[in-house]
Design a protein around this ligand. Structure first.
Ligand code: SF4
Length: 303
């Protein structure tokens, strides 16, 4: 198994005290598998990714276990983590354009990356064109001749992915990779990633349910907790958890209004207590345990 996370908890030191941003999170991703993490802003998706990469802000600390190919990453010295990032762990950011040097042509930036990977000088143009094409660029040769400001958001994203592509990558984390790019580019994103990184486990953080639908499995998070985890087709087409149902029902494409709070949030109970139409008294007092049946996990007293 490429990535295995057990009991990951991220605690932040804030002015008002300490707070768990991610609580007792467990999931895995096999080689060649895509896991989509979905949830509203602030649910802990990005902090989970930062914890896996060892890039948490200085006021945060991670506990639990994050293993990549069996190697424990929590507590690994920064020097070793830095060596893993870029070689075994690849990160695709929200805005590709911000990761590109505005003063350098795409060709120079790709050749620099290929040089770091040990690709011989005379092969770099050919390899760069091949990777851009696999990343979904329609006219890779003209891509190479352009500066970042001459690319659209989706094109910049493809250039970043092509630069990051490397056979040794075992874990690719993409944070809102389709934000700001057109529908066509968004729909093609996961297919392109799978082609370029066939040996990697892919974790994609997204608000875009159509991107999540292309993943193998989906993890739904709320207030730092895993609420539902299962095959993408099951979680998105037949959600078992009240929160997942609410999240999907509130999609603009379903024409429904955002959810409204009915009760006070419960600090010790279920994170969905305040808005859950099925809430009971015990939901306010106790956090429901994560229960798994036939490979499908839910955290709800009633599921
Ligand atoms: S545990 Fe209770 S409040 Fe939470 S989702 Fe289930 S029924 Fe709703």
């Amino acid at each position: 198994m490429a990535l295995r996370i057990d009991g990951l908890t991220v605690t932040a030191r804030l002015r008002k005290g300490t707070q768990n941003i991610v609580s007792d999170l467990s999931f895995w991703a096999e080689e060649g598998e895509t896991l989509a993490i979905v949830g509203e802003s602030g649910c802990g998706k990005t902090m989970t990714a930062l914890a896996v990469m060892g890039l948490l802000p200085t006021n945060c600390v991670a506990f639990g276990s994050v293993r990549l190919d069996g190697e424990e990453l929590i507590g690994l010295p920064e020097r070793k983590l830095r060596a893993l990032r870029g070689r075994k762990i690849c990160f695709v950011p929200q805005s590709g354009a911000e990761f590109l040097d505005p003063t350098m042509k795409i060709s120079a930036q790709l050749y620099e990356s290929l040089a770091r990977q040990g690709v011989a000088r005379k092969l770099r143009r050919e390899v760069a064109i091949e990777r851009l094409t696999r990343a979904g660029a329609e006219d890779a040769e003209s891509f190479l001749a352009r500066y970042p400001f001459e690319l659209s958001g989706g094109q910049a994203q493809k250039a970043v992915i092509a630069a990051a592509c490397c056979d040794s990558v075992r874990l690719l984390i993409a944070d809102e990779p389709t934000k700001g790019i057109d529908r066509e580019g968004a729909d093609a994103f996961l297919g392109n990633i799978k082609q370029l990184f066939p040996h990697a486990a892919v974790v994609v953080i997204t608000h875009d349910i159509s991107v999540a639908a292309d993943a193998d499995r989906v993890l739904v998070m709320l207030n730092g907790h895993a609420m539902e985890l299962g095959a993408a087709s099951e979680v998105l087409n037949s959600p078992r958890h009240p929160y997942t149902r609410s999240l999907i029902a509130a999609l603009p494409s379903n024409g429904l209004e955002a959810r409204s709070s009915l009760r006070e949030p419960s600090p010790s109970g279920c994170p969905f207590y305040a808005e859950c139409p099925s809430a009971q008294n015990r939901c306010a007092a106790f956090l429901p345990p994560a229960e798994t049946a036939e490979g499908h996990m839910t955290r709800c007293f009633l599921c």
